[in-house]
Design a protein around this ligand. Structure first.
Ligand code: RB5
Length: 180
């Protein structure tokens, strides 16, 4: 299989070890970076791997960050991607058999290299079962279209808690406002 792989700085060391492991298993590996452990933003690398999967350059994608969570959130924003954040080999098997996951996201900080190797091995051999699962996957893929049409009021980001300085400034504004 052709496997596109990328990481951020937190997943860089494991990516370096997983590439030769995948090659030993007989896969062709496309390393989409980064080339060093310098700090980077994981969405930039999630996009590269997901594009390789959706345009057919790769059969599967592998993304490694600190937890695997950020990579999976970013990857699942891409149409055509079904990314599974996996920390147990059993879940890698189910992610293929039931969810037809085409991208796997791994934790480089909380899961050992040995376990991640087992997870990848399982992920690359397990086959989608189809049947009732195919109907559900169809419904998931329809969400790509629904997402494109969704009305978005603004950036859907949790607002940061006011800092103390902001609260003091607000109080001062209130007081000065009442004086004027
Ligand atoms: C980077 O510090 C870390 O936030 C990232 O690797 C990942 O774990 C995010 O989900």
């Amino acid at each position: 299989m052709r496997i596109a792989i990328a990481s951020d700085h937190a997943g860089f060391d494991q990516k370096a070890e997983l590439i030769p492991y995948l090659q030993e298993l007989g896969h062709e590996v496309i390393d989409l970076g980064p080339a060093s452990a310098e700090r980077v933003d994981y969405p930039d690398y999630a996009v590269l791997v997901c594009k390789a999967v959706t345009n057919g350059e790769a059969d599967r994608g592998v993304l490694v960050c600190g937890t695997g969570i950020g990579m999976s959130i970013a990857a699942n924003k891409m149409a055509g991607i079904r990314a599974a954040n996996v920390i147990l080999p059993e879940f890698a098997d189910l992610a293929r058999r039931h969810n037809d996951a085409n991208v796997i996201t791994l934790s480089g900080r909380y899961v050992t290299l040995d376990v991640n190797k087992q997870i990848l091995k399982v992920f690359l051999v397990a086959q989608f079962e189809g049947g009732r699962h195919a109907l559900r996957i169809g419904k998931i893929m329809e969400l790509d279209e629904a997402g494109k049409k969704a009305h978005v009021d603004g950036p859907q980001v949790t607002p940061l808690r006011d800092t103390l300085a902001e609260r003091i400034n607000a109080k001062l504004d209130e007081k000065l406002g009442s004086l004027s």
